[in-house]
Design a protein around this ligand. Structure first.
Ligand code: C2O
Length: 579
């Protein structure tokens, strides 16, 4: 049946081509092939050598470069013992949910010795995105940039950069991150933290035994560079700054924004930010640290170290490496680790570019209003007569949305949905608001237990959704970077304390709110987002702090097919991994 449908679909596309309905520009689109061999590789950082899971032996992984409108065929071959799946973070995957990648949501994992070809087309998107493993904590070493250039001949809406540099932040663990998360889930306690932050895989000179592993950005004076910043860290939002230089923010999550200048940016795991760096007009006789350290609001332990790379100017007067080393080195001043007021100010500066060419199509009417609380909680200790290491020795850490801590199914949700076999896999009754309202940001509750289940929210095709994400103070208020697969959304409002459904909507920005795929929910506050559910499939939504996802801060949406043929999920490819 799948094959018959597939050829029907081909016929449909063919008839479009023969009828001349495909615009000229689309014809310039090409298919790009990549091969990802998942393999072990020995890597040394901080004087620790270990075997890590990589793509093609590279750490960070290879760069994918395409143009808007291109089709990507990425063959992933699994040569390691771990199960694997790869997610193309921020790609809309219009009707191609089978290529989205989160394990047990849109596909079963690729098993040892097997392969899967991710097949999707980049429609109406250009900018910086990234890809990463989407199973357990394997994304700690399996990640890389995904760069979408505008269509040929289409300029950026800002100064044409002299050069473009992807800069991807990560975390380095001397321990095996898989062992770290397995142990945390076993004991119910908080996980061990990373040993360093990295910039393009390198921790830099502020760590022991690390000076030789320093990222250097060599620039020429008087030029404009486009830095494509990506936060691939597992559990930490990051501040980033370059000493004595300003950054001009021009894009977030592959969507253009109204440009603004800043000394420091804040970037949560999952987010990307393009900035223009204008170098000094003349050789400055100095070098500059580019540094990052975390923004932390929770109560748990965290890696409080600082990474540094070096911005170095090229010079015509023959400075030897030796004399370069003698130049004064400037260091940036980063905000305090808990500087929430910086976070708030930074978020409020982000606005959609909103020009005729790049309009902000904010949904003006709302079909469905939803209110989700997000935060931590507990489950009872699962070891009978023993103790756990949660907030008390009788409890284990958990996290939830509307008090539902998400239980991962052991088959893929998209498959169950498409073949009408959801019975016993998931229930379509995710609550539209908390079953028992309480003072979300008030005093500590006596009972912190969560409910557990695989509940999904079902939306008819083209539903216009307004969703308020409300942080709770259960076991400590905390900023949560919430990521939605399959869509971009508009951030129409945010604030502190409990959301007020009478007053707060009056202040919503429905003109030029920033559009993105991952938003930091303010610590002890709320954010309101709007999106149009125009992409049929099953779409994951979760906190991009990996420990919170592991604890259950995740859920999924089912967006039903529309009536027209081009509003339906396409059938699964034949090589889709099954469980
Ligand atoms: Cu970048 Cu579901 O993740």
């Amino acid at each position: 049946m799948g094959v018959a449908l597939l050829s029907l679909f081909r016929l449909f596309v063919l008839s479009f081509i023969t009828l001349g309905l495909i615009p000229q520009q689309a014809l310039a689109s090409i298919t790009r092939h990549y091969k990802f061999d998942i393999q072990l590789q020995n890597v040394t950082r901080l004087c620790h050598t270990k075997s890590i899971v990589t793509v093609n032996g590279q750490f960070p992984g290879p760069r994918i470069v395409a143009r808007e409108g291109d089709r990507l065929l990425i063959k992933v071959v699994n040569h390691v013992q771990n199960n694997i799946s790869i997610h193309w973070h921020g790609i809309r995957q219009l009707r191609t949910g089978w290529a989205d990648g989160p394990a047990y949501i849109t596909q079963c994992p690729i098993q040892t010795g097997s392969s899967y070809v991710y097949n999707f087309t980049i429609v109406g998107q250009r900018g910086t995105l990234w890809w990463h493993a989407h199973i357990s904590w394997l994304r700690s070493t399996i990640y890389g940039p995904l760069i979408i250039l505008p269509k040929r001949g289409v300029p950026y809406p800002f100064t044409k950069p002299y050069k473009e540099v992807p800069i991807i932040f990560g975390e380095w663990w001397n321990a095996d991150p898989e062992a770290v998360i397995n142990q945390a889930l076993q004991t119910g306690g908080g996980p061990n933290v990373s040993d360093a932050y990295t910039i393009n895989g390198l921790p830099g000179p502020l760590y022991n035994c690390s000076a030789k592993d320093t990222f250097k950005l060599r620039v020429e004076a008087g030029k404009t560079y486009l830095l494509r910043l990506i936060n691939a860290a597992l559990n930490d939002e990051l501040f980033f700054s370059i000493a004595n230089h300003t950054l001009k923010v021009v894009e977030t999550d592959a969507l253009y924004v109204k440009p603004f200048e800043t000394n420091t940016i804040l970037i949560t795991p999952g987010q990307t930010t393009n900035v223009l760096l204008k170098t000094k007009p003349n050789f400055p006789n100095a070098t500059f640290f580019m540094a990052a350290r975390p923004y932390v609001t929770g109560l748990g332990t965290f890696d409080n170290s600082t990474l540094a790379g070096i911005l170095e100017y090229e010079t015509t007067t023959l400075h030897s490496t030796l004399s370069m080393n003698k130049l004064p080195l400037h260091k940036p001043i980063l905000p305090a680790l808990n500087d929430t007021s910086f976070a708030t100010k930074f978020a409020s500066k982000l606005r959609s570019l909103n020009t005729p060419q790049f309009p902000a199509n904010v949904p003006q009417k709302v079909d469905k209003r939803l209110f989700f609380t997000i935060g931590l909680g507990t489950n009872p200790c699962s070891h009978n007569n023993q103790t756990c290491q949660g907030p008390t020795n009788r409890t284990m850490f958990a996290a939830s949305i509307n008090n539902v801590s998400f239980t991962m199914p052991n088959t893929a949700l998209l498959q169950s949905h498409f073949f009408g076999q959801s019975n016993g896999v998931y229930s379509p009754d995710f609550p539209i608001s908390p079953l028992i309202p309480f003072n979300y940001t008030g005093a500590q509750l006596n009972n912190t237990n969560v409910g557990n289940g695989t509940k999904l929210m079902v939306l008819p095709f083209n539903t216009s959704v307004e969703l308020v994400l409300q942080d709770t103070s259960i076991l400590g208020a905390e900023s949560h970077p919430l990521h939605l697969h399959g869509f971009n959304f508009f951030v129409v409002g945010q604030g502190f304390g409990n959301f007020d459904e009478n007053d707060d909507p009056k202040k919503f920005n429905l003109i030029d709110p920033v559009e993105r795929n991952t938003v930091g929910v303010p610590s002890g506050g709320w954010v309101a987002i709007r999106f149009l559910a125009d992409n049929p499939g099953v779409w994951f939504m979760h906190c991009h702090l990996e420990i919170h996802t592991s604890w259950g801060l995740k859920m999924a949406w089912v967006v039903l097919d529309g009536k027209l043929p081009n509003q339906k999920l396409i059938p699964p490819p034949l090589d889709l991994p099954r469980c």
